[in-house]
Design a protein around this ligand. Structure first.
Ligand code: C2E
Ligand code: CA
Ligand code: CA
Length: 544
């Protein structure tokens, strides 16, 4: 079981695995992405539909207004003709219906457009007609008989053809000009193509289809517009029944709406793809930092002579929700490139101080805590403050703070770095050169900075017993450290053979799986308290 887990951990060393956590946050849930994309799919056609509906309302209103104006203009013109015919014969009202009167009436019908017949009336009786000559009929115009205009469904001659009567009254009687209703009907039809349109005369109305009704016009729910004639006592009403907007949209905006639905789908798809793209590695690290996902693990450092835990190296882990633990070599290089390593280390030190300070009594005195720093730290004046803040959390002398400087990134020595290292030294903070022996900067560092210890790179330790050359190299490193009077720490110790070899070389401190794997702080404290390092569960850092 253990072997299988170790294999899984080792398999993460492939380059593919290294790119993975920062390229694609696999835990990203699809649901918000789908919901947002669907909203985009709906939003565009919905917005388009809203605008199209507003436009349809506005357009219908506009059409109704135009229809009333057009209708009034045409109807006024027709009625004025009828009025002109009545005016022409009104002086004949009351005169006997003889040949000359009859001819005068017929003349009006012949020369005045829209006028179908002209009649004379006296004492509520029609007595002379352009059509029938002398007649004697009761005026059937009812209570509004004296009205200047009358709209009727028909008369005796043509009961099915509506008529409009234009009346002029004198002291002697009245002259009536009958305008054929079919002209009105045509005028209404031409004035309003899409709207409904009514001419209202007294209590009667005529619609676009030529039907004459009594009382109020059928309801027009939308875009109603009313206009009264300034010349004659009638008015027109235009408007649209409910459902007109839908019809208007289908007639005029169907193509636009289809286009918008298509565009909505395209945008939704684009949105889905965009949201699926991993955010920048910097943004992912920043988010993880804010979410407190980086935490310190501790790996024991032991005194070679008796195997006592004299300290620990602090190794960062990323606890990515849904993914488990991510090893530092998968994200530290990116953190260094983006500069986020500075706040990440600060956060790590704060977590460490907070967790360890309550257990000071259980820690051996001058407990050695090794923190890895990067090149960027060496140009960051805040490093000193961070170290001071960290040490202030403990009793004086309780903790010995070591900073491990790796060769991975080359540190450019400047006056600023010199000053910083001097100040660190003055605070009693030690400097160790990490991975010593594999980079070319090591010797430069030794010359430039006050170095307190060298950490022999684990590749040398791994080759112990394998070849004689690595044995010679180790001997040389030990000699160098003795000459410079600095401490030596060997890391990557995995076997008793390696331990014995390093012990024989008088390497002062050892670190490696043989003594304990990196573990969460609580586990480290527990193991330290029970002094049973062999019992420590090495599986803790294996990703699920
Ligand atoms: P490093 O500083 O050289 O840390 C030692 C690495 O060797 C650790 O890997 C540790 O788990 C591993 N190790 C310890 N004992 C053994 C052993 O017996 N056998 C083998 N094969 N490996 C052993 P880890 O924790 O994965 O860290 C990798 C590197 O990431 C570190 O190398 C260090 O350079 C960097 N790193 C870790 N934490 C931090 C941090 O907080 N800040 C910075 N700047 N770098 C960090
Ligand atoms: Ca280190
Ligand atoms: Ca190292």
């Amino acid at each position: 079981m253990l072997n299988r887990m170790i294999c899984r951990l080792q398999s993460l060393d492939t380059p593919q695995a290294i790119a993975e956590p920062l390229a694609q946050p696999r835990s990203k849930s699809r649901l918000p992405r789908i919901i947002l994309s669907l909203l985009v799919v709906i939003a565009l056609p919905a917005l388009g539909l809203g605008i199209a509906v507003l436009k349809a309302h506005w357009s219908l209103q506009q059409q109704a207004r135009e229809a009333t104006h057009k209708a009034i203009t045409t109807l006024d013109h027709m009625i004025a003709n009828g009025d002109a015919a009545s005016l022409a014969v009104e002086n004949l009202a009351g005169q006997p219906c003889d040949y000359s009167v009859e001819r005068a009436l017929q003349r009006q019908v012949a020369i005045v457009p829209y006028v179908r017949s002209v009649h004379l009336l006296q004492h509520n009786r029609l007595y002379c007609s352009s059509l029938l000559g002398k007649i004697d009929e009761e005026d059937d115009t009812g209570s509004d008989g004296a009205a200047r205009l009358q709209l009727k469904e028909g008369n005796i001659t043509t009961p099915d053809v509506p008529i409009l009567i234009v009346r002029r009254t004198t002291n002697e009687g009245s002259a009536l000009a009958v305008v054929d209703g079919r002209y009105l009907h045509t005028a209404l039809q031409l004035a309003a193509k899409n709207s409904e349109l009514f001419i209202i005369v007294g209590n009667n109305y005529m619609d676009k289809r030529g039907h004459v009704g009594h009382g109020s016009t059928p309801p027009l729910e939308l875009a109603q517009s009313t206009l009264a004639s300034k010349q004659f006592p009638y008015m027109v009403i235009a408007g649209s029944p409910s459902g007109s907007v839908k019809r208007y949209l289908l007639d005029y905006d169907l193509a636009l709406l289809s286009l918008l639905i298509g565009a909505g789908f395209v945008c939704g798809l684009a949105c889905y793809r965009l949201l699926g793209r991993p955010s920048s590695p910097r943004a992912q690290l920043q988010r993880a930092l804010e979410a407190g996902e980086f935490e310190p693990f501790l790996q024991p450092i032991v005194a070679t002579e008796d195997g006592r835990w004299i300290g620990a190296e602090v190794l960062m882990r990323w606890r990515l929700p849904g993914e488990g633990l991510i090893r530092p070599d998968l994200f530290i290089p990116m953190a260094e490139q983006t500069g986020l390593i500075l706040p990440m280390t600060r956060d790590l030190m704060r977590q460490l101080a907070k967790a360890l300070a309550p257990h000071m009594a259980e820690l051996p005195s001058a407990f050695h805590l090794s923190i890895n720093i990067s090149a960027a730290h060496c140009h960051d004046p805040q490093l000193l403050d961070d170290c001071r803040e960290f040490l202030a959390a403990f009793q004086p002398g309780q903790i010995e703070l070591w900073l491990e400087l790796t060769e991975r990134e080359l540190i450019e020595p400047t006056e600023q770095t010199d000053a910083l290292f001097k100040q660190l030294d003055a605070e009693g903070i030690k400097i160790a050169i990490d991975d010593f022996g594999i980079g070319h900067a090591s010797l430069n560092y030794l010359q430039r900075f006050t170095v307190d210890a060298l950490k022999i790179d684990q590749s040398f330790v791994a080759r112990i017993g394998a070849d004689t050359l690595s044995g010679h190299l180790l001997d040389t490193l030990v000699e160098l450290a003795e000459r410079l009077e600095i401490d030596l720490i060997a890391e990557g110790v995995e076997t008793a053979e390696q331990r014995d070899y390093l012990q024989a070389l008088h390497v002062r401190y050892l670190q490696g799986y043989y003594f304990g794997r990196p573990m969460p702080m609580s586990e480290f404290i527990h193991a330290l308290r029970n002094k049973r390092p062999a019992d420590i569960d090495v599986a803790t850092e294996i990703q699920p």
